[in-house]
Each structure stands twice: as C-alpha cells, then as structure tokens.
Design a protein around this ligand. Structure first.
Ligand SMILES: Nc1ncnc2c1ncn2[C@@H]1O[C@H](COP(=O)(O)OP(=O)(O)O)[C@@H](O)[C@H]1O
Ligand SMILES: [Mg+2]
Length: 232
C-alpha cells in the first residue's frame, strides 16, 4: 500500500540546507496499522507529510497504493489525496470561517458524495460533537477541534489514513473513543493506518511500530497485536 525507497528530505534554512530525513526505506501493507514513534524533532511529521503527498521528497521514491508520488506535481498529488488519503494534522488545520459541520462536510462535497450533511452529522455524533455542529473552530476547545479534524478525515472513508498525534490534545476518555474509531475503521473498512503518536496505548494497538531518531528509521517493532494476528 505504501512503499518508501531511500527517501531523503532536505530543506533550505537561513543557516543553509538542513537534512531532515536520512535515506528512509520501508513498506506498509494494505490494511496494516503502523505507529511512528520517536523524540520531538526526529522527523516524524515530515515523513508523514511526504507519505501522504502533502510535501515533495528531495530524493527517493514513494509509492502510494501503486502510484508514484515522487513523479507527481502538487496538482496531481492533490487529486490523489482527494481520492485515497485522509489526514489528521497535529495543528487541526480547520477552516476558521466554517462551522464544525461545514468543515466535516467539505471533503464529502469535494468528493461528490450523496447527502454530505447527514453523513457529517453522523460522524460528528460518533466523535461526541453533535451538539457543537454549528460552532466555529475558535468557539471549540483544542480537544473538540481535534475531534472535528478526525471527523473530517473519516467522512470519505479513505483507503489510507494518516494522523499526526491524533490523541495529542485529548483526555483519557476522548482518547479511548478516538482510538476505537480509528481501529474500527481499520477493521471494518480495511483502512490502512499510519499514526504518529506519543501515546503508548495507541502505539501498542498498532500492528507495528517504527521508531525515528534524528531523521533515521532506527527500528521496527512488531507489537503483541501483530503477533496475535499472525498466530491466529
Ligand atoms: N520547513 C522546515 N524548515 C526548517 N526546518 C524544518 C522544517 N520542517 C521541519 N524542520 C525541522 O526538522 C526537524 C524534524 O521536524 P518534524 O518532522 O516536525 O519532527 P517531529 O514531528 O518528529 O517532531 C525539526 O528539527 C524541525 O525543526
Ligand atoms: Mg511532529
């Protein structure tokens, strides 16, 4: 589903060029759930953005559901994202001028799904925010905005869902709820999950954990969930 071959990311800064990612290679199978863990600043968000086609690699190849992301321009990547990818940003990235409901409806409208409003209401109810549907992002707490962002990523039932710290701003109860939603989607729809997280419970629930350290992928851990799956 995802294949990264010797991916490098270098950015220009005022102090010269900075290599954020060393050559990184790995694969994610269809329906797998992967946790990317590692210290702050190790390159997790950068890697996630590249895998999701939000950003361009400096060198190397990324295949997303068989499509060569590294050969596409921004417009082609945007089309591919719209068809296959859901993304939950660390900073939510909600449209401030739209209500929670309108934010969630937006990807469904773009994708031309039937009855986006009813669909969005259902999902908002799932994340416990039906009563906040007509509020604007600046009227919502960080945790509530995060749940709106999650609902927005879910609405098109993407083949691949990327999430950067999806439970980062949530209390234990809401983290559990979001975690259940993520793994329900993974099981029922076969959604491939790639999650950046500091949340050990969430990471442990994934099939595999990839650890980043200073721009390198240093280890792949098979979690108990995966071993149980393989034993069955
Ligand atoms: N556009 C950029 N320009 C300069 N430095 C960047 C840029 N993007 C990320 N970085 C730096 O690259 C490193 C990795 O960032 P990031 O991928 O956000 O790490 P993480 O998500 O693991 O905390 C950090 O030191 C960050 O400051
Ligand atoms: Mg980050």
């Amino acid at each position: 589903m995802i294949k990264a071959n010797s991916v490098i990311k270098v950015v220009d800064t005022s102090e010269g060029s900075l290599q954020i990612l060393r050559p990184i290679s790995f694969e994610v199978k269809s329906g797998e759930s992967i946790a990317i863990i590692g210290a702050s600043g190790s390159g997790k968000s950068t890697l996630l953005g590249l895998l999701a086609g939000l950003d361009e690699v400096t060198e190397g190849e990324i295949f997303l559901d068989g499509e060569a992301l590294h050969t596409m321009n921004e417009e082609q990547r945007a089309i591919l994202r719209g068809q296959k990818v859901g993304f939950i940003f660390q900073s939510f990235m909600l449209v401030q001028s739209l209500t929670a409901l309108e934010n969630v409806m937006l990807p469904a409208e773009i994708a031309g799904l039937n009855n986006p409003k009813a669909l969005a209401m259902d999902i908002l109810e799932n994340v416990g925010l039906k009563h906040r549907a007509h509020h604007f992002p600046n009227q919502l707490s960080g945790g509530e905005q995060q749940r709106v962002a999650i609902a927005r990523a879910f609405i098109t039932s993407p083949k691949i869902l990327f999430a950067d710290e999806p439970t980062g701003n949530l209390d234990a109860k809401n983290s559990d709820k979001i975690e259940s939603l993520l793994f329900e989607m993974n099981k029922e729809k076969g959604t491939t999950l790639v999650l950046v997280t500091h949340d050990n419970t969430l990471a442990e629930h994934c099939d595999r954990q990839l650890t980043m350290n200073a721009g390198e992928l240093v280890e792949t851990t098979k979690t108990q969930a995966q071993e149980t799956k393989e034993a069955v």
